[in-house]
Write a protein that binds this ligand. Structure first.
Ligand code: SAM
Length: 277
């Protein structure tokens, strides 16, 4: 089965790259435009350190998933990624979520709407940002003034479920939150060292049970490289067809279906309903 998938992937990638090489010879300009997409197609399929996980293997919940956004907003997630993230949320039923990278707060809104969790979300306002070496022009544009950060979730946050935090994720004092989170979403800084640093914080933020998710795996090179580096040490899955990577720690309460999740030993079998943090 794994061999078959590998063969299929190799066939697709070699077809895509044959076409790309032809373009590189006959139309270098077209090649330059298409190259990032070719890279993404390859990165989606080949990531030896990271296991692939079909979304159907994330146990489904009977709870309805609420989605407000339909398109792929600038700086946000495409709908299929948001849906996959929310499926994980419905599965693990987090009580506390930490998001690194709020931007306008579209994903934050969805995390709050689809859980009963306290949602902490961290972003650096443009006027506070320093040490931006390595940031691409696109990433610099994503930096928002303080009042624009999280503007989407505000109308949905009458009950104070979402708490906005400000600061550079690489320097932020996470002390009050360490070990208390059930889900951490890494979706902020897009430079390699920044992703590694945010990821380390994400692992520290998790309690005994929970999940870390990364957005922009197989979409942005630095994020992909960082997650692949982490994949040498931690069991990490790529959720097929998305730009999401997932690491699961410990036993989630109330979910025996997770037996279906294949591979690493870190993914537990069995159930636990107690909170032993
Ligand atoms: C891709 S956007 C986040 C998108 C959001 N999670 C969503 O799905 O709608 C990245 C965000 O990370 C923030 N960011 C970039 N570098 C950061 C840093 N060093 N510390 C904190 N936030 C950072 C940017 O300001 C931007 O708002």
């Amino acid at each position: 089965m794994a061999l078959e998938r590998l063969r299929d992937a190799a066939e697709i990638v070699s077809t895509v790259w044959q076409r790309a090489l032809l373009d590189a010879v006959v139309s270098p300009r077209r090649f330059r435009q298409a190259a990032p997409d070719f890279w993404r197609a390859s990165a989606m399929l080949f990531h030896p350190e990271i296991s692939s996980l079909p979304l159907s293997q994330v146990p489904a919940s009977e709870d309805h998933i609420q989605m407000l956004s339909s398109g792929w907003p600038l700086g946000g997630m495409p709908p299929q990624d948001l849906y996959a993230l929310l499926r994980v949320v419905k599965w693990i039923k987090p009580r506390k979520i930490f998001e690194i990278g709020t931007f306008k707060g579209i994903t934050t809104t969805h995390l709050a709407l689809n859980s009963e969790a306290e949602v902490y979300t961290l972003d650096v306002p443009r006027e506070m940002a320093a040490n931006l070496s390595g940031y691409s022009p696109g990433d610099l544009e994503l930096l928002q003034p303080r009042e624009a950060i999280g503007e989407t979730y505000r109308p949905f946050n009458k009950n104070g479920q979402i708490q906005q935090l400000f600061g550079d994720s690489r320097l932020f004092d996470y002390q009050p939150y360490l070990g208390f989170m059930d889900l951490v979403l890494v979706d902020g800084c897009h430079i390699y060292d920044g992703v590694l640093s945010d990821s380390q914080k994400a692992f520290d933020l998790l309690g005994k049970r929970g999940a870390v998710m990364w957005h922009d795996f197989a979409n942005l090179r630095a994020v992909t490289r960082a997650v692949r580096t982490l994949g040498r040490k931690w069991p990490i899955y790529h959720i097929e067809g998305t730009f999401l990577a997932l690491h699961v720690r410990g036993v989630m309460p109330g979910d025996e279906q997770r037996r279906n999740l294949h591979t690493p030993s870190e993914i537990p079998v069995g159930m636990s309903s107690g909170d032993d943090r």
